[in-house]
Ligand binder design. Structure first.
Ligand code: MTE
Length: 319
């Protein structure tokens, strides 16, 4: 582990602790400099879909199997309140993220698979069955959103790669470009951002590669052009701006796990009864609404995913 400075990497506690974290729409807007009416303030950046060669693909048909128990979060909030440490360890990174070049964008598929390859994002998009899904998104910091992702099932990408019999895990990696992502100049973080999951999790119907949102290509701050969405896990597992997917026999060590394994583990399944070492996970703030709700086991997706964990009861599944 490569950390300098005393706990310099920590998510600020005032953002992470429910007692201290009580965002309502006004507070979020105030934090963005938008309080007192939108007119004179800093408006969230437009999504600039017209510059993205994939813009014509959207909107895509909605898969009606995925229904929400809450209103969708506003597009403005989803595109202006982000965690993307490559561009800063705060939420207002959307302007800085515009520097990220997203074409050409090549995804490398490697490791234990029969079809290793490097494929450009637009060629990949042509091969994948695109659909829209409405998902809950629960951050480990005890806030949540409800987001209409567009994209394709990760299982389709796994099928394209054709994993070998020995492959047990899927490892994903974000781009590395400190010239545009100045957060990556902070050398105490173990860049690039890495995430991992079991092959069984990756092929679960819920695991989704998002390429768009709100019927448009993903904005850069949301992880364009390709990000993961694992809605039953804490949001840090949903790695952004993926450039590499590898099939491995050994369990990958993820970015946050390398920094603080006792706080951000490999499994990170949402569970209201298992607190984070520094705060409760019992409830969440529905960002933009002022509402606080009890958190659901597996973020409400137990029907689809609980079976993945049979026989793994001795693992720290919920941190
Ligand atoms: N992926 C990368 N590459 N870098 C990050 O800092 N943050 C994670 C996850 N994926 C992060 C990342 C965290 S902590 C969360 S909660 C979600 O992205 C936030 O996604 P959002 O900004 O679209 O809400």
């Amino acid at each position: 582990m490569n950390i300098i400075g005393k706990r310099a990497w920590e998510m600020p506690e005032h953002l992470a602790t429910p007692e201290h974290l009580f965002f309502n729409r006004r507070q979020v807007l105030a934090g963005l400099g938008l309080a007192g009416g939108m007119a004179g303030g800093l408006m969230p950046l437009p999504l600039r879909a017209e510059e993205d060669p994939s813009a014509g693909l959207y909107p895509v048909p909605r898969n009606s199997s995925y229904v929400l128990d809450r209103e969708l979060t506003s597009e403005e909030l989803v595109s202006s309140y982000n965690n993307f440490y490559e561009f800063g360890s705060h939420k207002r990174i959307s302007a800085a993220a515009q520097k990220l070049p997203i074409r050409p964008w090549v995804l490398k598929i490697d490791g234990l698979c029969d079809n290793p390859q490097e494929i450009g994002i637009d060629d990949l998009l042509k091969k994948m069955p695109l659909e829209e899904r409405l998902y809950r998104h629960r951050c480990v910091e005890a806030w949540s959103m409800a987001v209409p992702w567009s994209g394709f099932a990760l299982a389709e990408l796994v099928k394209l790669a054709s994993p070998k019999a020995g492959a047990k895990y899927v490892r994903m990696e974000t781009f590395q470009n400190p010239d545009v992502a100045t957060g990556q100049k902070q050398t105490w973080y173990p860049w690039p951002y890495v995430e991992g999951m079991t092959l069984a999790e990756a092929t679960n119907e819920l695991a989704f590669m998002a390429t768009g949102v709100y019927g448009k290509p993903l904005p850069k701050q949301s992880g364009a052009p390709l990000r993961l969405a694992l809605p039953w896990k804490y949001g840090f597992k949903s790695i952004k701006s993926v450039v590499r997917i590898s099939f491995t026999e050994t369990r990958p060590v993820s970015f946050w796990e390398e920094i603080a394994a006792s706080e951000y583990g490999f499994w990170a399944n949402v569970n209201p009864d298992v607190p984070h070492p520094r705060w409760s996970q019992a409830s969440e703030e529905l960002l933009g609404t002022g509402e606080r709700r009890p958190t659901l086991l597996f973020n409400g997706y137990g029907e689809q995913v609980a079976g993945l964990y049979a026989g793994l009861e001795n693992e720290p599944l919920y941190m």
